[in-house]
Design a binder for this molecule. Structure first.
Ligand code: ARG
Length: 482
């Protein structure tokens, strides 16, 4: 959508039609009004500065509605034809930047209709038969959200592909796994990255659920109660790619739960992205040095020449605030609104647009960062030397080979860890006799499980970190997600 990014030209001139113009009243409802709005009224009321982004959806909806009105013999074929060609002209005017949006015409719906009237005259007034701005805006926002979901879905798939490619390259790269950010057990980097592939898979599935639920057409609900014209809601629903028309006209114009669902799914997604971003920030810090981000995704410092800052990751972490904020903001807008439409609901658009833009940007930036990053295999492996990382393997061995109850094995292992700590050595460096001093049954065999490679290879349970399992998980993920 080109007009999404174009700068808006909003003209400050008022309405310009007949009697209403003389009074300064709005052309759309001038009959009832003697005077025009206060300047600040126009300012608080107008949504055109942001809802112009709905132009393509608005015109698509109007075309479907118009075709249906002709089909049902509610308007003449001739009027229908000139409305349709006028709408096409408007679409190209908006796309080539020659359309002038007017704040005096409030929103995208009235800007389009007023221009249609300039282009084709009286017949333009027939387009709004059996329709209201209430079902029109509900329709536009549904269509826009549906497109946003489709775009995000493609972006998430690309991010998963980038993660899977890195996981495949690092399926055998050993690193510490953490709980409480304390060294816990050795894992592979491939396994760690695949954890995010799963999370993003659920994000995609949440968005798909949201899409399926929102894919019903509100068009034809009219203001709130339906219409006395013999419209065909099935036809417009089908023409616009919806599964069916919404069953209740009041619900159709009153709810914005589909935007809330999108924002809720987006908020969870942004939290996933933010956690990964935080890990990247840690991983490329001097304390860890687990990965190197490319020059393309790092920035320097204007004063400290040694710095390589992970700004993109930090911004992805920070932008979570906007998306979570958008969800909050619309929840508060909707809470306590009586049925059906209230102008409060015009406040749905900015959070929706901002969150959708932010999510798309973050997903794309994250994809680039992942594609470009390099794992520092030596540092990752060296980090497993700290923290007695194979202590659990020692305890498991005591259970398996000596038949100790796990709790007792845990206790024995604790004593051996303390011994290593006192001597300032790794578990694998302790003499056998020292371990036998704690538990007489321990044999040479223990050294097999104290190595990180063996510890990792042994965790071959389904969903575990053994490289063989990780490779299976990668193969399955390619089937499920790509
Ligand atoms: N700009 C309005 C919105 O975004 C369109 C619907 C206006 N409906 C009305 N009855 N005033 O919500």
């Amino acid at each position: 959508m080109t007009a999404d990014t174009q700068n808006l030209t909003i003209a400050s001139d008022g309405p310009e039609d007949g009697a209403a113009q003389q009074a300064g009243a709005n052309t759309m409802w001038g009959g009832r009004f003697a005077a025009g709005p206060a300047e600040v009224m126009e300012q608080i009321n107008a949504s055109i500065s942001f809802d112009q982004r709905l132009y393509a959806q608005d015109i698509a909806g109007s075309k479907a509605h118009c075709a249906m009105l002709v089909e049902q013999a509610i308007i003449s074929k001739e009027d229908g034809a000139s409305i349709l060609s006028g709408l096409d002209t408007i679409l190209s005017e908006i796309e080539n930047g020659s359309f002038t949006f007017k704040a005096s015409l409030e929103d995208i719906h009235m800007n389009v209709e007023a221009r249609l009237r300039e282009l084709i005259g009286e017949a333009a007034g027939r387009l709004h038969t059996g329709r209201s701005r209430n079902d029109q805006v509900a329709l536009d926002v549904r269509l826009w959200t549906r497109d946003a979901i489709d775009g995000l879905e493609a972006g998430l798939r690309a991010l998963q592909a980038a993660l899977i490619a890195q996981a495949e390259a690092e399926a055998e790269t050993i690193m510490p796994g953490y709980t409480h950010l304390q060294t816990a057990q050795p894992v592979t980097l491939g396994h760690h990255l695949m954890a995010y592939v799963e999370m993003l898979g659920r994000d995609r599935s949440r968005l798909a659920d949201c899409r399926a639920r929102l894919n019903e057409s509100p068009l034809g609900a009219a203001a709130l109660a339906g219409t006395s014209f013999p419209i065909d809601r099935q036809a417009t629903a089908a023409a616009l790619g919806f599964e069916r028309p919404m069953a209740n006209s009041m619900d159709a114009v009153a709810d914005r739960d589909y935007v809330l669902e999108f924002l809720a799914a987006g908020a969870i997604l942004t939290v996933h992205l933010s956690r990964f971003a935080e890990e990247l920030v840690l991983w490329c810090s001097p304390g860890f040095q687990f990965v190197q981000l490319s020059d393309a995704f790092s920035t320097g410092s204007s004063i400290m020449p040694q710095k390589r800052n992970p700004d993109a990751a930090e911004l992805i972490r920070g932008k979570a605030g906007r998306v979570v904020g958008a969800l909050n903001s619309l929840l508060v807008v909707m809470k306590g609104l009586p049925l059906t439409y209230g102008k409060d609901m015009q406040e749905d658009k900015e959070p929706l647009f901002d969150a959708a833009d932010t999510l798309q940007l973050c997903v794309t930036a994250m994809t680039g960062m992942v594609q470009d990053m390099t794992a520092r295999r030596d540092t990752l492996r060296a980090a497993t030397d700290q923290g007695f990382i194979t202590a659990t393997d020692l305890a498991d061995w005591l259970v398996r080979r000596l038949g100790l109850p796990f709790r007792q094995a845990h206790h024995v292992t604790g004593s051996i860890v303390r011994l290593a700590e006192e001597r300032g050595c790794a578990l694998v460096e302790l003499p056998l006799t020292a371990m036998q001093g704690v538990e007489a049954g321990i044999t040479e065999e223990i050294f097999d499980v104290l190595s990180v490679d063996k510890a990792v290879a042994s965790r071959a349970s389904y969903g575990g970190t053994a490289p063989a399992q990780v490779r299976k998980a990668i193969a399955a993920a390619k089937e499920r997600f790509l």
